[in-house]
Design a protein around this ligand. Structure first.
Ligand code: ADP
Length: 249
């Protein structure tokens, strides 16, 4: 089967039993006063472990709404959301928060680093919330080394550049070894050289085994993914595999 509606170029075959992400018939309507807006219109999508998916499309096409639903931050009006074989429907806010902390790493613009905590404390925070006990400090420092800012561990976020803050956000998102890394415009607000370095970092994280779903408006960034899902008016209008160098053996 294929993912989404109006397929133009996908020939992907998925085993629905093993898909890491399984969305079926997702709709989401926002109401603002008497006006209604259908942000997602019957979206179905499977994402396998190990994919790097770029979600692209014009502003207002539903990309962030889709990502928020994958993160359990927003809920669908109808349809099935399963991640790692678990349905998110009917979970309480507390259950969702616990699930998110364990299984999802989030790099969203509005999901900022805590300004009063040092960088390493920020990276340790998700470990604290989910009860990972041993060697938190060592693990956090290792993650910061991995994203190239180990020397900034004891600085406050405000002392870091935009690119360094994004690296710290990625380290924090990886703190609990999430099944799924979600990134909304990970290179947004960064100059192109810094943005490229962030993409290189995501590529490294992906090669090391992460499954990534990212929203981007930048074609060059999208082309690093293994698959590009294009949205328009709340629907998936194209879903294509990208020829890439692939994961290192
Ligand atoms: P994209 O990420 O593709 O720019 P979004 O998913 O952010 O699109 O938004 C899709 C549509 O849903 C937009 O028209 C937006 O105005 C509307 N929308 C998104 N979030 C909300 C909200 N919390 N309340 C009302 N409308 C919303």
């Amino acid at each position: 089967m294929t993912c989404g509606a109006d397929m133009a170029s996908s020939s992907t075959t998925h085993d629905t039993d093993t898909a890491l992400v399984r969305l079926r018939g997702i709709s989401k309507r926002y109401r603002s006063g008497r006006r209604e807006f259908l942000a997602l219109d019957d979206v179905s999508l499977d994402i396998e472990t190990g994919e790097w998916v770029a979600i692209v499309g014009p502003s207002g096409s539903g990309k962030s709404t889709l990502l928020n639903i994958l993160a359990g931050i927003d809920s669908a009006d109808s349809g099935v959301v399963e991640i790692g074989g678990r349905s998110l429907t009917g979970l309480s806010e507390d259950q969702l928060a616990a699930w998110r902390g364990r299984f999802v790493g989030i790099v969203f613009q509005y999901f900022q680093l805590m300004p009063t905590l040092t960088v390493v404390e920020n990276v340790m925070l998700p470990m604290d919330l989910t009860g990972v006990d041993a060697n938190r400090l060592d693990r956090a420092k290792t993650l910061l080394d991995r994203v190239g800012i180990g020397d900034l561990a004891t600085n406050l976020p405000s002392e870091l550049s935009g690119g360094e803050q994004q690296r710290a956000a990625i380290a924090r998102a990886l703190a609990n070894e999430p099944d799924l890394l979600l990134a909304d415009e990970p290179t947004g607000n960064l100059d192109s050289a810094t943005g490229e370095r962030i993409v290189d970092l995501l590529a490294e994280v992906w090669r090391q085994g992460a499954t990534i779903v990212m929203v981007t408006h930048d074609h060059d960034v999208a082309n690093h993914a293994t698959r590009i899902v294009r949205m328009r008016d709340g629907r998936i209008v194209d879903d294509a595999q990208v020829i890439t160098a692939g994961r290192e053996a």
